[in-house]
Design a binder for this molecule. Structure first.
Ligand code: GDD
Ligand code: MN
Length: 370
């Protein structure tokens, strides 16, 4: 029996079949003086990445795989990979050979020998870089980095890096606070540990992808914003309430536009206009929330119909509560210090909180362990 290795390298994968064997070869050569293992965390890739890793694992005991079913997410994959290891040092690296594995021994030495908490493979320190990146991607990356300062107390040059190494204690301090949303696990860790982390950035050049394709799309940007919100105001407000309320605001505009069309342009009755406008606004709110607020619990197929019915029912009750409370406040406001605006506002807030609370339980219920 050999003891657990000193270093676990965690590799999140989704459709990376063609890159895996080469990555293992490169790790083996970069880490020839280290006692290491590699843990692939694969989200049931249709290209059979997990099966391929298991084949390698049968020949090489340093290779392991965690296959997750009905799950997606880069951040949670990294966390679960780290939790599957008992090594004192944990590294995360992408499977697509874009991160330079040759600096892994330097990352390890920085944490182990200099007593740091984290060592980060960095594109934005002296000597690092992003080869062949189009100007727009460079701009987006820099802009996102600037935004990260909202939640980050440390002066990290490359907080968006997906390539880093940390000592196990850091994971343990962070793990119950992590937001786990999206791609930016390093930033999440820095924002989740209550104390300032001791870190160093080690430069490397981000390489072009060899095979397969990137999973970074516009949704990732949205998830990034949600993660920042979660880390800044998430302690005080349930984080999904923010996009939910925002979409509610869009719903008001939709309502007004439809009302205008039916009541004014088509010259139907006000009641007809209100009815159609309410239905259209609720339906568009339902789909927007399903696409954004509850992206990770997105309803599909028949679930959509069921969800739409429960959403509409909940929001109808919410509307009744809204109007009821506003009317009550307005009418009981004999002295007139609340006024019609505040009465209406109170109704809207109660209605919105009701809609949020009820639909979060009945429409987009937490998935049962699948
Ligand atoms: N398990 C799992 N689940 N893995 C995933 C998922 C997922 O939902 N989505 C992506 N991955 C894996 C990919 O297979 C790849 O190994 C790695 O995560 C990075 O995904 P890419 O799609 O290649 O991302 P990128 O190259 O655009 O961005 C990467 O590099 C940036 C710079 O360091 C990411 O690591 C970013 O977080 C990082 O900022
Ligand atoms: Mn990549």
């Amino acid at each position: 029996m050999s003891p657990s290795p000193e270093l676990s390298v965690i590799v999140p994968t989704f459709n990376e079949r063609e890159n895996v064997p080469e990555l293992v070869r490169r790790l083996a050569s970069a880490l020839s003086r280290v006692d290491w293992e590699v843990i692939f965390v694969d989200d049931d890739s249709p290209d059979g990445t997990a099966a391929l890793v298991r084949e390698l694992a049968r020949k090489d005991p340093r290779v392991r795989v965690v296959q997750r079913v009905n799950r997606r997410g880069l951040s949670t994959a990294c966390v679960e990979g780290m939790l599957a290891s008992s090594a004192p040092y944990l590294a995360v690296i992408d499977a697509d050979l874009q991160h330079d594995e040759r600096i892994l021994p330097d990352l390890l030495a920085a944490v182990r020998d200099e007593g740091l908490d984290v060592a980060v493979g960095s594109r934005y320190t002296e000597g690092g870089g992003t080869k062949d990146w189009a100007a727009d991607r460079q701009f987006v990356s820099r802009f996102a980095t600037t935004l990260s300062r909202l939640v980050l107390k440390a002066d990290l040059k490359d907080p968006m890096s997906g390539f880093f190494l940390l000592r196990r204690e850091v994971l343990e301090e962070a793990v119950h606070e992590l937001s786990g949303i999206g791609f930016k696990i390093l930033l999440d860790i820095f924002a989740s540990v209550p104390r300032p982390l001791r870190f160093r950035e080690i430069p490397y050049t981000f390489r072009p992808r060899q095979a397969g394709e990137s999973k970074l799309d516009s949704v990732v940007a949205w998830e990034y914003l949600i993660m920042l919100l979660d880390k800044s105001i998430g302690r005080y407000v349930p984080i999904r309430f923010v996009p939910f309320a925002f979409i509610g605001g869009i719903g008001v505009l939709v309502h007004m536009a439809v009302l205008w069309v039916v009541f004014q342009a088509m010259d139907r009755s006000f009641v007809a206009g209100q009815t159609v406008a309410t239905l259209v606004a609720m339906t568009s709110n339902f789909f927007l929330n399903n696409m954004f607020t509850y992206r990770d619990r997105r309803l599909r197929g028949w679930g959509l119909l069921r969800g739409w019915v429960s959403f509409t029912l909940a929001c109808s009750l919410g509307a009744v509560a809204n109007v009821g409370i506003a009317t009550y406040l307005f009418q009981s406001d004999a002295a007139g210090d609340i006024g019609w605006v505040l009465s209406a506002l109170a109704g809207i807030i109660v209605g919105a909180v009701w809609n949020y609370a009820v639909t979060s339980v009945y429409t987009w219920s937490k998935p049962k362990a699948a």
